[in-house]
Design a binder for this molecule. Structure first.
Ligand SMILES: [Zn+2]
Length: 146
């Protein structure tokens, strides 16, 4: 636990919050500044600043909670869907440096666009640039057997 981290302190019960779920891997609680009613955050129990910092098996245990949390938020808020997002890193808008998924219930005609609406346009890449990017990523992601 990071003593100066507000989310670690919530998970440890040292700061009051509306915790709706908690196990040894994860903690879910209502956002104190909700975008809409029912806006919920799901954090890994341990302090990790970025998603890429979480060891795979721990990430799996953290993320195993996500479908049930989404289903519950959607059901309880009588929503038709949810926007689920991580702002990964300050440049993406992450304000608390402890990984957290936003689960925001969505309703028909709520006037909010998809995550795509964050961007004004689309990248128009030549096919060879797309090919180069895919090649670099697949090389970096290649399983390392030994
Ligand atoms: Zn923390």
């Amino acid at each position: 636990m990071a003593d100066d981290c507000i989310f670690c302190r919530i998970a440890a019960g040292k700061i009051p919050a509306h915790v709706v779920y908690q196990d040894e891997s994860a903690c879910a609680f209502l956002d104190v500044n909700p975008l809409v009613a029912g806006h919920t955050l799901l954090i890994p129990a341990k302090h990790y600043e970025r998603l890429e910092d979480i060891p795979s098996e721990e990430a799996a245990r953290y993320l195993a909670n996500l479908p049930r949390i989404i289903a519950t938020v959607t059901h309880v808020m009588d929503a038709e869907g949810a926007t689920v997002a991580w702002n990964d890193g300050p440049v993406a808008g992450q304000e608390v440096p402890h990984v957290h998924a936003h689960i925001v219930p969505r309703h028909a005609k709520d006037g909010v666009g998809p995550i795509h609406s964050l961007f004004s346009g689309r990248a128009r890449l030549p096919p060879e640039e797309t090919e180069r990017i895919a090649d670099r990523m697949s090389r970096a992601l290649r399983p390392r057997l030994r």
